[in-house]
Write a protein that binds this ligand. Structure first.
Ligand SMILES: NC(=O)c1ccc[n+]([C@@H]2O[C@H](COP(=O)([O-])OP(=O)(O)OC[C@H]3O[C@@H](n4cnc5c(N)ncnc54)[C@H](O)[C@@H]3O)[C@@H](O)[C@H]2O)c1
Length: 326
């Protein structure tokens, strides 16, 4: 991608910090806006951090006057599905309404292309797998709906104001920087791989496995794990596509490979050489048995190719990062 200045909103978080790393590797200029509500300044390997809420319209106006950005990446979000059920207002405000403020600021300043972090949660209970982008969207919780509404706003702003955008629907982000400089540090942590590894180290209690009676070969839920560096490379390609005049659109990002909870546990045991303290408990409401992506569109249109699709490598990188935390 040609050298330019990029804005990364939520760039101190797990996935955003890996995108910042990828942009820096291409010698791009990077400005990060993050309120550090969940992210950490230490996760930013370069660029300039502005610690601020992105939903502040006066702040955005000032920022867009001061800098000429070639593109904006928007990662900032509330991300805990169970919390979104209990406190939907927080999710519609932080994810949907705040993004509307950003879209209006973009409309009123330069027409800067936007790459937005969407989610597989927009699909809800799948009617078929692997799930392609034509699959109906039927989000089953406020988190998924708050993202789906942003996708709808993006289409409307594209239509009315020629806003260029790509929404990337990630499946399960996992892994860490291969050099273990940055990685996953959510609090609360709801993602399986860090929960498995932190059950091993004793940082968290034994793993609870929700349901072993699903209609899958071993009875546990199947998910599609995608390495965070592969997500980052897809963002760079998506922005490149828009800057070069490509069409706006929506793309799934996943490996197309499904691994069960038991597969993840067995792979973690093989990688770490240690057992995973664990117990099986009842199913949780709203967990589909199988979520696997068809990401062929991103491969075809963006030229994306995941580098780390092997689950062992994903877990090796996550494990190296866990050990680096001590
Ligand atoms: N992690 C996954 O598996 C996954 C899957 C699908 C989609 N996503 C989406 O990807 C994006 C990034 O996820 P993540 O796992 O890196 O989350 P994260 O919580 O690690 O990162 C989000 C970042 O945004 C910042 N932030 C939140 N609200 C802000 C605000 N109002 N102003 C400024 N900064 C703010 C946080 O401090 C944090 O650094 C989210 O939009 C999430 O919905 C993640």
């Amino acid at each position: 991608m040609k050298q330019a200045k990029f804005l990364v909103i939520g760039g101190a978080g797990y996935i955003g910090s890996h995108l910042v790393k990828a942009l820096l590797a291409q010698q791009q200029q990077v400005i990060i806006v993050d309120n550090l509500s969940a992210g950490k300044a230490s996760a930013i390997l370069g660029g300039e951090l502005i610690t601020h809420d992105f939903e502040d319209r006066a702040f955005l106006d000032q920022l867009f006057k001061q800098h000429h950005f070639a593109g904006v990446f928007h990662f900032a979000s509330q991300i805990v599905v169970s919390e979104s059920v209990k406190n939907p207002g927080k999710y519609y405000r932080a994810n949907t309404s705040a993004t509307l403020t950003l879209l209006e600021a973009l409309r009123d300043h330069q027409h800067i292309p936007l790459v937005f972090s969407s989610t597989a949660a927009v699909y809800g209970e799948p009617l078929y797998t692997p799930i392609n982008e034509q699959h109906p969207t039927n989000a089953v919780n406020p988190y998924g709906r708050s993202k789906l509404m942003v996708e709808q706003m993006l289409a409307d702003f594209a239509n009315a104001h020629a806003q260029k955008y790509i929404a990337l629907r990630y499946f399960n982000a996992a892994g860490a920087d291969p050099l273990a400089r940055i990685g996953e540090q959510h609090e609360p942590e709801t993602h399986l791989i860090p929960l498995v590894l932190q059950a091993i180290t004793g940082k968290r209690p034994p793993l609870q496995i929700f349901g072993e009676d699903y209609d899958t070969p071993d009875g546990t839920c199947i998910r599609d794990y995608i390495h965070v560096d592969d997500l980052a490379s897809a963002h760079v390609l998506a922005m490149h596509h828009l800057i070069n005049g490509g069409e706006s659109g929506i793309f799934n990002l996943g490996n197309g490979l499904g691994y069960s909870v038991n597969d993840v546990i067995q792979t973690a045991i093989a990688v770490t050489g240690q057992d995973v303290p664990r117990s099986y408990v009842a199913r949780r409401a709203g967990d589909p048995a199988r979520l696997v992506a068809d990401a062929n569109l991103a491969k075809k249109v963006l030229g994306w190719q995941p580098k780390f699709s092997d689950l062992s490598i994903i877990i090796e990188h996550a494990w190296a990062w866990e050990k680096a935390q001590k």
